[in-house]
Design a protein around this ligand. Structure first.
Ligand code: ADE
Length: 225
């Protein structure tokens, strides 16, 4: 899959995508993540991407021309499944949405900034508006990184043990069970006996019980979905 991220602050997320699992996914050819500097799509010498809002309110608004130029240029090279805009008033991002988007071939993510973007962009160029939570960030870059991470990590082959992505919290609407590693006893704090028993069936039963209990306790809303 390919994700094209359009931003005025490429340096804010470039590092993120060149580390760890995101870098490995790209090296393995399982995901291609391209970051585009919106200022490269301006025509004036100041590389301006924002302007004062009509109507005289405070703050700056992202202009339509560079964004349309960038999106059109990408679309002229390939088809896109979605053109996503990151915004706090968008649809709430969750695991289900990550699962669906991970099946896409090509995605564009436009990072919002300043006071907002010219509404015509949202009306005519964007196909999906997504929020990562009910709080306001200074820009959409972190939201784009969060979304791309959640989408890419579940592409088969990205995480070496495919099972570990499938057993994440929120897949099946259940929180993941606790996990432990060596030593079996630390400062007197013991790993549950069942995990040391080698009894596969008892271990799976225990994990399911733990998942149900943790979900009931911490996220009962998930059990009613
Ligand atoms: N931009 C600013 N805040 C955001 C949020 N919560 N989700 C997505 N994009 C944003």
């Amino acid at each position: 899959m390919r994700i094209d991220i359009i931003t005025v602050l490429p340096e804010m997320i470039e590092g993120f995508f060149s580390c760890s699992i995101m870098a490995r996914a790209q090296k393995k050819g399982l995901a291609e993540i391209k970051i585009h500097n919106l200022r490269d799509y301006t025509l004036d010498k100041h590389k301006r991407v924002d302007d004062y809002p009509y109507g005289g309110c405070a703050g700056m608004v992202m202009q339509i021309e560079p964004i349309d130029r960038c999106i059109s240029s990408l679309k002229s090279e390939r088809d896109y499944d979605e053109v996503i805009f990151t915004t706090p008033d968008g649809e709430q991002f969750d695991q289900k949405m990550a699962n669906t988007l991970s099946l896409a071939g090509n995605l564009i993510i436009l990072c919002g900034h300043f006071k907002g973007i010219d509404y015509r962009i949202r009306e005519h160029l964007i196909t999906k508006e997504i929020s990562i939570g009910d709080y306001v960030l200074t820009g959409g870059e972190l939201a784009a990184a969060v979304m791309a991470d959640a989408i890419v990590r579940i592409i088969p082959g990205v995480i070496s043990d495919e099972q570990s992505a499938l057993s994440d919290s929120f897949q099946d609407n259940l929180l993941a069970p606790p996990v432990y590693t060596r030593p079996a006893v630390y400062k007197g704090w013991k790993v549950p006996d069942v995990l040391l028993s080698g009894h596969e069936r008892n271990i799976r039963d225990w994990e399911l019980q733990q998942s149900l209990e943790r979900t009931r306790l911490l996220r009962p809303d998930l059990l009613n979905e």
